[in-house]
Ligand binder design. Sequence first.
Ligand code: ADP
Ligand code: MG
Length: 268
Amino acid sequence: MKLLEQSNQDFEQPQGSMPVVAADNISARYPLDKELALDSVTFTMFPGELVALIGPNGAGKSTLFKILSGVNRRYSGTLLIDGASLLSKQKANFIAYMPQEGDIDWDYPILVKEVVTLGLYGNIRQQKLGRLFGLADYSASHAALARKALQTVEMDSYANRDIKALSGGQKKRVFLARALAQDAHLLLLDEPLSGVDQRSEEVIMNVLTEMAKAGATVLMASHDIAGARRYANRVLLLNKTIIKMGPTESVITEPLIKQAFGRSLHFF
Ligand SMILES: Nc1ncnc2c1ncn2[C@@H]1O[C@H](COP(=O)(O)OP(=O)(O)O)[C@@H](O)[C@H]1O
Ligand SMILES: [Mg+2]
């Protein structure tokens, strides 16, 4: 079993670096379901990687994101984030999670700039404990950070709008601004490119690529296999179990895609 799992990971681990995600034998089942949503999923991710998570509908991609982000705690197996518990890393604001469009409750009235500053709370808590800044410093650096993050995703002119009033792509850019402001080291993005306009896609991918270059670890689910080929360093091909994880060109092959999706896809 172990051997089989290892052979699914076609990748030389960087020497001496601590995995940012070490998922060992993660399984999950929803209460009324007979089938597992995730079955013995084992993989590691390292700093600076941009990994595309690919699999058909119902493959367990969103379930995996919810587990990695701490939203879903009903799983078996072990999960270490940067060598520590998920909870401690959540408290340290290490992780940013962008849910799939349908998983967000947009009824709550909140301004764009507030969505971004929410991402700063963990950092502020740490600064308060660690460096004992004055309160005025927080609010000033707070607002400045939020503004800068919104500028980076080209959404600063929308700072005072209600988040509900934005398009899908714009909302996703705001989430990304929050992750930037938060200085998240692990970014979990559930279908960040689905239904977004061209410019949003460019902005999102530029920011994610830059963040990975700066040492962040990015896991993004994608329907767009051609896009994953362009952007990702590695691909995790999932259908309840890991079909294969490895360098993009060794995973996006016709037989493996057919195995995961149950049919051939057009672009080969
Ligand atoms: N909240 C839920 N309650 C019950 N079953 C769920 C729930 N969320 C997902 N599932 C089931 O778990 C499986 C994996 O779903 P999901 O993680 O959303 O896959 P994906 O994101 O790859 O489409 C599916 O069979 C789905 O029906
Ligand atoms: Mg999903």
